[in-house]
Structures are given as C-alpha cells and as structure tokens.
Design a protein around this ligand. Structure first.
Ligand SMILES: Nc1ncnc2c1ncn2[C@@H]1O[C@H](COP(=O)(O)OP(=O)(O)OP(=O)(O)O)[C@@H](O)[C@H]1O
Length: 294
C-alpha cells in the first residue's frame, strides 16, 4: 500500500479538527484534497507527514509507519514558503537537501532546469517573488525523485505559464510512478490533473469523494423542449434544463438509454447528444452550497 491513513483524529484543545480520516492508495496516482478554508487539509497533511502529532489513528507511507524517518528519503512535502530562509540562495536550499539525503550535487542543476529556475538559482530568496519561491519549493520536493509527494496549495502565486509548467511536471511525475496528494482551491486546475478528489468538510471526508465524482453528464438537444420536460417529469427521471436549451442529467442518476426510450416513445426527437465529465466546481457547489466559507 502506497498510502494508508486509518481512523486519523486530531484535536486542538477541545476542538476536533480531523474526525476519523481514512485514505487508501494502492496504485500511483494524483489525488486532490479539496475543501473550504479551515476544513482541515493542512492539518491532515501535517499529520500524515508526522510534523504534527495526532490523537488517534495510524498512517503508513510506502508500507512503513510515518514515525519511521527513513521513509522521508522517498516522501516529500511541499509546505508554504515560510520554511524558506531569506538570506540563503535557492542553490543553498537545494544543496542542503542533497547533503542531508546523500544526493549528488549534479541533481541541483538538473532540477533547476526542470523547474525553470536556472536564472535565479544563485540569488538570495529574500528577493524572490511569490512565484519564484513556489518554483524553489517545487524543486526542493522533487530533487529526490519521491515516490509519494504531498503538496499544500502548490499553485499559490503562480502565473498561468508557471501553473501549466507545474501541472506538466506533476503529470510527468505520475507517469514516473509518483503518487501525488495535492490540496488546492483552483478547481479548474484540479480538473486538469485528476478526477480523484477527496472532499473534506469540517475535518471529515465526504462519502461523495472519489467514485461518484467520476461520472459523466449528458446534454440532449431535442426538437421540443417543453414536451421533453413533460415526458421526463411524468417518468420521474431526475434531470434539469441547461441554458434553457438542453436536457441534462448525470449517468449515475439515470441511464442514457432510458432517457432516449422515454423521449422517443412520446415522439420527442433527439437532435444531438453531448457529454462531459462532471467538473470539480459543479461537485463542490453541490456539496458545499450554503456553507458560509464557500
Ligand atoms: N495551531 C492551531 N491551533 C488551533 N487551531 C488550529 C491550529 N491550526 C489550525 N487550526 C484549526 O484547525 C482547523 C483546520 O485548519 P487547516 O489549516 O488544517 O484547514 P485548511 O483546510 O488547510 O484551510 P485553508 O484552506 O484555509 O488552508 C481550522 O478550524 C483551524 O482554525
């Protein structure tokens, strides 16, 4: 098992902020952690990497308990940029990791090139923009070719080009067999990275995570929209109308063929059928609608 989180609970003083988290990852993949501010994403990653103690439960990474520091040769964690030292250069940060982990210095130039930060490798971090710091953080976590990579808000401060580069690097890492667990509020970017999403709400993973998310949504153009509405209402088919033009429904709610049969039987002609994957933003709105923090 690459990642196993079993019944993880964490409280600050009397407040439970993680209320029994279970995660199992068996195959290398990208998993997104999505939830409103304060839902517990950072706390979860800090507990998983054993930076924070927790009250109950167990975490195994690459088959070993997360208390075994040896695993961190193969497990990296991208945190926020407060871990950087302003008076040191990017090179110094990367050299430090090479020294601690016994990696050859040639890795520094290699990773700087991969991340696109060769031009400021020897500059002090205190003069870096937010995006430059983010590039350095990325370089620091991939220099050891990790098998598991946790990333807390890696897109912060990245311009569109850098965000695309970041995405491509993550997709390459997945191809190379790295499991990436990434938290982000950028749902468009999440959609481009993965359809495996854990939704976190008030310290608990929602059961809607993962399976139901990987569904398709159909959009049917018909010759008589009013008649189609009547037919589907009559047949108790769950559907809605998109843009006052199309009948739309999710494949988990009703099969396409069932809808076609109902409409055809009543003489409604179907002119076009489109489908698309249900996006993270739509699912997020459904799950968190009414929450003050959305
Ligand atoms: N050191 C701390 N002491 C007390 N409470 C804390 C501490 N750190 C976090 N919390 C609380 O734990 C809960 C989860 O916070 P956490 O930072 O994990 O959420 P998050 O999902 O990462 O939020 P965001 O999207 O804003 O980064 C929040 O209610 C927060 O106020």
């Amino acid at each position: 098992m690459i990642v196993k989180v079993d019944g993880l609970k964490k409280k600050y003083k009397k407040d439970w902020v993680l209320k029994g988290i279970d995660i199992e990852v068996e195959e290398p993949q990208i998993i997104a952690l999505v939830g409103p501010n304060g839902s517990g994403k950072t706390t979860l990653m800090n507990c998983m990497t054993n930076l924070l103690t927790y009250d109950q439960g167990e975490v195994e990474l690459l088959g070993q308990k997360n208390t075994d520091t040896k695993i961190f040769k193969d497990v990296s964690y991208l945190q926020d940029n407060r871990i950087l030292y302003g008076t040191l250069t990017a090179y110094d940060h990367l050299k430090f990791i090479c020294d601690v982990q016994g990696l050859p210095k040639s890795k520094i130039e290699e990773v700087a090139k991969r991340v696109g930060m060769e031009s400021y490798l020897k500059k002090r971090v205190q003069n870096f923009s937010l995006g430059m710091k983010q590039h350095l953080l990325l370089a620091m976590v991939i220099i050891n070719d990790p098998k598991v990579l946790l990333m807390d808000e890696p897109l912060t401060g990245l311009d569109p080009t850098s965000a695309i580069d970041m995405r491509n690097i993550l997709l390459e890492l997945r191809e190379e067999g790295t499991t990436v667990i990434v938290s982000s509020h950028n749902l468009d970017e999440i959609d481009r990275l993965t359809n495996k999403i854990y939704f976190l709400k008030d310290g608990a993973l929602l059961k809607e995570s993962l399976e139901q998310f990987a569904t398709k949504e159909y959009y049917l153009t018909v010759d008589d929209l009013e008649k189609a509405k009547g037919v589907l209402e009559e047949a108790a088919v769950p559907f809605s109308i998109y843009n006052q033009e199309q009948v739309t429904f999710e494949e988990t709610d009703v099969e396409l063929q069932t809808v076609i049969d109902h409409l055809n039987k009543q003489g409604v002609a179907i002119l076009d059928i489109e489908n698309e994957r249900v996006g993270a933003e739509k699912r997020y709105r459904e799950l968190f609608e009414g929450d003050a923090s959305v």
